[in-house]
Design a binder for this molecule. Structure first.
Ligand code: ADP
Ligand code: MG
Ligand code: ZN
Length: 501
């Protein structure tokens, strides 16, 4: 099925002769509670055709209504990508016949997209930055999902029948389209991966989508063409569809560069077509001949009001755009004075956001870090859940840390408090109170325990009296045991030394 590797040019030969041009189209499914033009729920994984209504099934007479939250997310995406937000724009009908689209048209935006003319500065592996220009971001609705049954490949070819699930039909999508990316040279595959990686992080930080490539809430189509170095006009592009992981984007772009290089060097021409990516061997194969926009007979959607976000609202949304995640990481690393290695471990452990939230809730950075990477990581492993899925909030962790700082509990008891929080027993302060876990700091109570311990260990008491202060450890340990670990060990030590002086 896939093109034999014989037809690939050596990558270095491609680079020596051609300049690659890329265009990346990313579809992101928004995480709104309801669909873009009706009130149906959007939850992933429900029984087929249980989340549908006359609007998203395209029944005659049903009228769509715009989801305001969907527009808000689209504007925030546009702002985060440094785009201008269009003050007035209409939806458009994109007409085509396919069973996964029950209306026989998709509501999209065509020449009046919500966001235009932006850019994203993308961090490459060597720490340098590459600017990707954004052409537009527009709103549209997702299609249903077809499953082709009976064939070997899951494709329609060879299938005995197809199943259609319209739960996804009408789920809000934002499509983000780059301008042609030139000047990346041999780094084109890396730039493609780095761009989608950065975009995914931005979308995640905006909290507008699940951004799960494996579930299809983030999908990337990669356009690739080659032109002879020094040529004035772009070559013909192919569009590789739905490449489902970040690594695959890099592989797909590289493959297309090598395939097209071989075709062109052989005097052939590139057909403008969509191509399928094959995860198994990293190749692409011919899909369908690309439609042109005329084929879609776009026209303004007559059933919907134009989208006209007022300037105040846009400005207010601008205020909600967070710092880019990679800039925030760099700032935190400097602020907390962390090595690259420690930083990488925190990020990989999924601990960074939790630590930041714990610090924001009033805990010192070092303490916040050590709780999340040590004790809580251990607990997450025991329960086989992600750190962020532990049933304890950063605010609760900060409360525990503050109980230690205030000497209400010591570190050992603090772990018990955390265990109780994890067991769903309530808030830290209340747990300390109800379980009687507060530190025994009443000197007279401690004093009598110290005297008891000294009397039970006369030889050790004698050593301490003769100046061997390190022997005090055993007495302190006994007192801690007698108080079920709830005494302030430093204070106990002071009392032991005072009693022996
Ligand atoms: P389509 O309707 O074919 O999906 P779009 O305009 O949505 O077209 O997306 C095409 C993408 O390809 C854009 O990112 C665009 O910048 C890019 N592009 C356009 N021409 C070329 C070319 N010759 N080579 C590579 N990419 C291109
Ligand atoms: Mg497109
Ligand atoms: Zn519906």
């Amino acid at each position: 099925m896939s093109t034999p590797t014989l037809d690939l040019m050596d990558y270095s030969d491609v680079i020596a002769r051609f300049e690659p041009v890329l265009g990346l189209e990313v579809h992101v499914e928004l995480n709104t509670a309801t669909k873009m033009f009706c009130g149906c729920p959007t939850e992933f994984g429900a029984e087929p055709n249980t989340q549908v209504c006359p609007v998203c099934l395209g029944l005659p007479g049903a009228l769509p209504v715009v989801n305001e939250k969907g527009v808000e997310s689209a504007i925030r995406i546009g702002l985060a990508l440094n785009c201008s937000i269009t003050p007035w724009g209409r939806f458009a009908r994109k007409n085509y016949f396919y069973p996964d689209q029950p209306k026989n048209y998709q509501i999209s935006q065509y020449d009046e997209p919500i966001a235009t003319e932006g850019h994203l500065d993308v961090l490459l592996d060597d720490g340098s930055t590459f600017r990707v220009e954004i052409e537009r971001a527009h709103m549209e609705e997702d299609t249903g999902k077809s499953t082709h049954v009976g064939g070997a490949t899951g494709r329609i070819h060879g299938a005995s029948h197809s199943l259609l699930d319209y739960n996804r039909a009408g789920v809000p999508l934002v499509e983000i389209v780059t301008k042609p990316i030139t000047g990346a040279g041999d780094r084109a595959p890396e730039v493609a991966r780095a761009y989608v990686t950065a975009l995914r992080e931005v979308l995640e930080s905006l909290n507008v989508s699940d951004v799960k490539m494996e579930q299809g809430s983030l999908r990337c189509d990669a356009n690739v063409s080659l032109m002879e170095i020094g040529a004035k006009e772009f070559g013909t592009r192919t569009e590789t569809k739905n490449v489902n992981s970040l690594k695959s984007i890099e592989i797909a772009v590289r493959y297309e560069m090598r395939r097209q290089g071989a075709v062109l060097a052989d005097g052939g021409t590139i057909v403008q077509e969509t191509r399928h990516f094959h995860e198994t061997d990293g190749s692409t194969s011919s899909g369908r001949i690309k439609e042109t926009s005329e084929d879609y007979r776009y026209f303004p959607e007559p059933d919907l009001e134009p989208v006209a976000p007022d300037a105040d609202w846009v400005e207010q949304l601008r205020g909600t755009i967070p710092e880019y995640p990679w800039l925030r990481r760099a700032r935190i690393q400097t602020d907390w004075d962390l090595s690259d290695e420690v930083m990488r471990d925190l990020v990989n452990a999924g601990a960074l956001d939790l630590i930041i939230a714990t610090v924001d809730a009033g805990a010192p950075a070092n303490e916040a870090r050590s709780w999340w990477v040590a004790y809580l990581t251990e607990k997450a492993k025991e329960r086989e859940v992600a750190l962020e899925d532990l049933p304890i909030t950063p605010a609760q962790v900060a409360a525990v840390i503050n109980l230690v700082e205030a000497k209400t509990v010591n570190n050992k008891v603090a772990k018990q408090v955390v265990d109780f929080v994890l067991a769903g027993e309530g808030e830290p302060a209340q747990i300390v109170e109800s379980k009687g876990l507060g530190m025994v700091s009443d000197d007279s109570a401690l004093q009598s325990e110290v005297e008891k311990a000294l009397a039970a260990n006369p030889d050790i008491a004698e050593k301490i009296r003769s100046g061997k202060v390190q022997a005090a450890g055993k007495i302190v340990g006994d007192v801690m045991k007698a108080t079920r670990g709830q005494a302030d060990a430093a204070r106990v030590r002071e009392l032991v030394l005072a009693a022996c002086s």
